[in-house]
Write a protein that binds this ligand. Structure first.
Ligand SMILES: CSC[C@H]1O[C@H](OP(=O)(O)O)[C@H](O)[C@@H]1O
Length: 356
């Protein structure tokens, strides 16, 4: 039973919206210094915003890409269906090639593409209308999924101090967050005593984004360097760890921001419950193991600089944006259809079998 509505859980606006051929996003590269909403008016601008992480976070990326297709549909000057679909597929490829790890991107793009193809015999105006409608539906469903996950997660996380990594908050989704929804419901219920926020080098999604959005909503938190997480756990100051996910595969292995695997091993060492939370649109049942997940490598500049200052000489850099945590370290997977417990391979298969 959902006790709270989004507006009772956060004062933030949605992270991405669409209106009449324009995609509006919060420019996350400007936070925390500046809260700025920017307008994206071409597919290329949408793609660039995803690539440069002006908008980031698996579900937010998916919804933004879907709105990119809506933007194409609503602004296309094509006179024939053949020309329209030629441009549609070009837009689809441009958006598909932005970032490789978060499966929500491909899930959202394919959902819109398949709908458009199913209605190829309809009028061009009807096809355009359906594309825009489906993109909006994807965004609205994300908010409802987050609301459900918030309630499910708050039921299973123990009362006390929670540690999180990166940002899987409202900014990483259309609204509320995945981790963010759980933390906000716990805060509402009085069961979240303190939130430990990992700064999350090199892009600092924790320090710049999580610290900003959770303090904005009044959640008590302490920001720590990534290297301090183990010490905080060793002092017995963490009662649970909850992180987002960019791709969960059929056996429960999952990709998430670099540094997640380290936390999982430490949680096991210290007997701390370790959860990931993600909607079904983040689960890729086509991959059997985490070894199959494509891991994005980003620019060396992200590591060579911090807060705009150069922090290292011009040396070789390895900058994987994600790592893969084996399912054996997971206590549970909080989804919008309930909590999935071990054995993950069997229970994920059962969950998807009941739905599809
Ligand atoms: C709610 S999914 C958030 C997920 O996405 C982040 O990656 P990035 O900031 O590179 O888009 C991170 O892995 C979060 O856990």
């Amino acid at each position: 039973m959902l006790k709270y509505r989004p507006e009772e859980l956060t004062k933030l606006p949605r992270s991405v919206e669409y209106k009449a051929g324009t995609v509006y996003i919060i420019d996350q590269t400007k936070l925390p210094a500046e809260f700025k909403i920017i307008a994206l008016r071409t597919v290329e601008e949408v793609a660039e915003a995803i690539k440069t992480m002006k908008v980031r976070g698996a579900p937010a990326i998916g919804a933004t890409a879907a709105f990119g297709l809506a933007l194409y549909a609503e602004t296309s000057k094509a006179k024939t269906k053949e020309d329209f679909f030629a441009g549609f597929y070009k837009a689809y490829e441009t958006l598909k090639n932005t970032r490789p790890t978060a499966v929500n991107l491909f899930w959202a793009l394919n959902r819109v593409k398949e709908l458009a193809e199913e209605h190829r015999e309809d009028s061009l105006d009807e096809i355009k209308r359906l594309i825009v409608e489906e993109a909006q539906r994807i965004a609205d469903e994300d908010v409802e999924a987050n609301l459900r996950m918030g309630h499910y997660g708050a039921e299973v996380l123990p009362e006390g101090n929670v540690l999180t990594h990166c940002n899987a908050g409202s900014l990483a989704t259309v609204h509320l967050g995945t981790v963010g929804a759980v933390l906000r419901v716990m805060h509402k219920e009085g069961t979240l005593k303190l939130l430990w926020v990992d700064e999350t080098r090199p892009v600092l999604q924790g320090a710049r984004l999580s610290a900003w959005e959770y303090s904005y909503d009044g959640i008590p938190l302490k920001l720590i360097a990534d290297n301090a997480a183990a010490f905080v756990m060793q002092q017995g100051k963490v009662d649970a760890i909850i992180v987002g996910a960019d791709r969960i595969v059929a056996n429960g292995d999952f990709a998430n921001k670099i540094g997640t695997y380290m936390l999982a091993v430490l949680a096991r060492e210290h007997g701390i419950p370790f959860f990931t939370v993600a909607p079904l649109s983040t689960i890729d049942m086509s991959l059997k193991s985490g070894k199959d997940i494509p891991i994005e490598e980003r620019s060396p500049e992200e590591v060579l600089r911090c807060g705009g200052c150069r922090v290292a000489p011009d040396v070789d850099v390895y900058n994987p944006a994600f790592d893969v945590t084996p399912h054996k370290y997971l206590t549970g997977i909080i989804t919008d259809r309930g909590v999935v417990w071990p054995p993950f391979k069997r229970n994920l298969k059962k969950l998807f079998g009941e739905i599809y």
